[in-house]
Design a protein around this ligand. Structure first.
Ligand code: FAD
Length: 451
């Protein structure tokens, strides 16, 4: 039985996977191309903070005792979206029931917690070692340090590629394949801007994800544990209102004053930050080549997605939980069978959350400010309260349950069809919630439940 596993990448997913596998008595080691994030100032990844919800928390809870609690101690709860309209007025939209929330957590702090936990369990991490090639003749993966030192995996050793959206392991796996990975790039990019804790005191709701939706673009801000916020601007790369046009301090100031006047006051050094911080592209990666006899892709390496549902890491953590579950329920460790089963269970769900994430971009930047959409959200909340066994909003399925993403997607398609009909009910948008309208809505839902 081959229990020697090398994980390529000590990001969020690779580090969590190391914990799961070590606790299953595997002989695990991790190679990471960057320096140890606990000893360097270099950011461990792309966004500064992220939202962790049910799927991610469950995986942490199952990986090691106390890990979920330790992670939550680093996080700030977010109970809903605080919408900033063009006039600077605020409208709060709860994510679910009163107590339901997602959590904003610092990427670096979470990554460091996972690496330290894995190390305490006895997993060796080697930093500054980059997976650079695959020697097919000798069935070995080759890792290279900055000083050109070369380390090779043992022939037949298992390698799991958790090396993120730009995965080298993925490139090697699909080298000889006719179907190459497809990278769908959005014509949008993002830029992060810090709102320091001094100015952040002006944001009254600390436990919310702030959004400035402006139809074709948007700004969002997630709270950090130290009282600051990290804002992210999502904007087309080119066109009338785009990153391309924000090419001078005046243009940047005019743009923020016009569309995000209240946010502009929160970032006194806006133009300086704008010029220093990178503008990063957004894309989805689709590939069918997730595994071969000795190699598997996991997390973003297998299925990078756009960040609009806040699910990329959550999906990657769920990958780790499910891989561990498949291993623990296998009678013997036959890796190719395990990888094939993992692919069978996860690919369809990875595809679903990739699609849902793209769809949620339109909801966040555009619909959340739309009056009819807001009524729909109120009706959804009402339905979930009175008939929770029949109606669960799609957002709840994705963020607050472990319902497979593909099922959540299908539920959303059915809910959209049902709401097409509900929103045709006379006076629904203007008069909701009268008793008569509630009756009519319930009747429509029951019809759909029977179908
Ligand atoms: P990564 O975090 O990219 O880690 C990969 C690791 O592999 C890195 O440490 C890298 O240095 C290393 N590596 C790369 N190449 C090599 C190599 N050749 N050899 C050795 N090591 C290598 N997800 C959420 O769930 N919620 C959110 O709110 C959220 N917000 C996001 C916001 C933005 C702007 C973006 C871009 C993403 C967001 N995500 C979010 C997605 C989330 O960041 C990713 O899904 C998550 O980081 C994936 O983890 P990973 O470990 O698979 O990849």
């Amino acid at each position: 039985m081959n229990k020697q596993v090398t994980i390529c990448g000590a990001g969020l997913v690779g580090s969590l996977l190391a914990i799961f596998l070590k606790r299953q008595n595997m002989d695990v080691r991790v190679f990471e191309k960057r320096p140890d994030p606990r000893k360097s100032e270099v950011h461990a990844g792309r966004s500064i903070n992220l939202a962790i919800s049910q799927r991610g928390l469950r995986a942490l809870g199952e990986a090691a005792p106390g890990l979920e609690k330790q992670a939550l101690a680093l996080a700030v709860p977010m109970y809903g979206r605080e919408i900033h309209d063009l006039n600077g007025e605020l409208h709060f939209q709860a994510y679910g029931e009163t107590s339901q929330h997602i959590n904003s957590i610092g990427r670096a702090a979470l990554n460091e917690l996972l690496i330290s936990t894995a190390e305490q369990l006895g997993v060796p991490f080697s930093f500054d070692l980059s997976c650079s090639d695959y020697d097919a003749a000798n069935q070995q993966w080759i890792f290279t340090s900055a000083s050109h030192e070369i380390i090779k995996t043992l022939p037949q050793e298992i390698l799991i590629g958790a090396d993120g959206a730009f995965s080298t392991v993925r490139a090697m796996l699909s080298k000889k394949s006719a179907a190459q990975p497809v990278v769908d790039t959005l014509d949008y990019a993002y830029k992060e801007l810090e709102i320091y804790s001094k100015e952040a005191t002006r944001l009254t709701n600390k436990e919310a994800l702030h959004i400035w939706p402006r139809e074709r673009f948007m700004l969002i801000a997630l709270p950090n544990a130290d009282g600051s916020y990290t804002a992210t601007l999502f904007l087309p790369l080119q066109g009338e209102i785009s990153f391309e046009k924000l090419n001078s301090p005046e243009a940047i100031h005019d743009f923020f004053n016009t569309y995000f006047a209240d946010a502009c006051k929160l970032i006194p050094n806006l133009t300086e930050q704008f010029s220093i911080h990178p503008t990063s592209k957004l894309f989805t990666v689709h590939t069918n080549e997730w595994f071969n006899t000795h190699t598997l892709l996991i997390g973003d390496a297998a299925h990078a997605l756009v960040p609009f549902y806040g699910q990329g890491m959550n999906a990657g953590f769920e990958d780790c939980r499910i891989l561990a579950e498949i291993i623990s329920t296998s009678k013997e460790i036959h890796w190719k069978n395990i990888f094939a089963e993992f692919y069978r269970q996860r690919k369809v769900n990875a595809d679903a959350i990739s699609d849902l994430a793209l769809k949620n971009f339109i909801e966040m930047r555009d619909h959340v400010a739309d009056a009819e959409f807001l009524v729909r959200k109120q009706i959804e909340k009402y339905l979930h309260q009175v008939i929770p066994d029949i109606f669960v909003p799609q957002y709840t399925l994705v963020s607050f349950t472990d319902t497979p993403y593909a099922e959540a997607m299908q539920a959303g398609i059915e809910q959209d069809a049902m709401f097409e009909e509900i929103m045709q009910i006379e006076n629904i948008a203007a008069s909701w919630p009268t008793e008569a309208l509630q009756e009519q809505v319930l009747a429509t839902v029951r019809q759909y439940a029977i179908k």
